[in-house]
Ligand binder design. Sequence first.
Ligand SMILES: [Zn+2]
Length: 294
Amino acid sequence: MKFPRVSPGWPVAVGLLVWLCTACDSVTAPELTEPCVSWCNTLAPWPHDGNPFQSETFTIYSDGVGHEVLAELAEIAEDVLADLKAQFQITADVALVLPPGQQKLHVYAYKYRYSAEWAARAFWGGMMIFSLDHPRLAEFTERGHYRRLVTHELVHALQNVLVGSTHSYSTHTWFEEGLAEVVSALDAERSIWTEAALDQRIAEFGEWNPIAIDNDILPDIENAGVQYFNPMFELTMRYALDDAGLGRSLRDVRDVFLDMRDGTSFSSAFAAMFGLSVADFHDQYFARIRAYLP
Ligand SMILES: [Zn+2]
């Protein structure tokens, strides 16, 4: 896999969007009576309006978003998913394992909520994301950007249905976030492309080894998530997939997840597919990355 330098020209990073405003006035939501479905086990067990939009692969629930808007989201999601299936070589013979009783991937598109914590998140069976007509988030719905955010979350969602259970949450943070970032180019303007840029980030935030971040918990340093860790995760997976690095492919990534479905631990599956143990990758990390970067 080759990695041309990309520049999406979007100035705001939103892996997890941090709102500038956390206490803005709220808009009035319609009364929601239908209980949550697949997203019940996430941090947001929101009810829905009982009027979901159906596309071939997705059921799109919402808190009162019109079907015209949901149709546009469905079109983006279908297109992104088809693209991801091609990239990961997920052919018809590779089963995607949804939660029991679920027939399609679920999306919950929200319009009347406003979170200080997150904009979009994936779970086993789908994802949650703000609607294209969210009144406060219109600036983030520039189509190229929204598509990249959908891509980032659908990479996570795809991982979960490849692993096929909550085992997916035992994938290491550096691997899954790096993968979602490298495939989506969501925060590409912050990517690290030279050793000088790496040194600059280390000078600002400290020399934290990303391979040590395996459980979603980041050191509590202001702005480090967006400015240091996400770019380091992206750099790590770019290295893993680049011909000039470990030279693996998204098909190998797919096979890591399928091995995990069969009960293999992430560390064992990674070592088998990438030819390097997680422990050695950790210990050799900065030497390898410095040798890789121009
Ligand atoms: Zn993510």
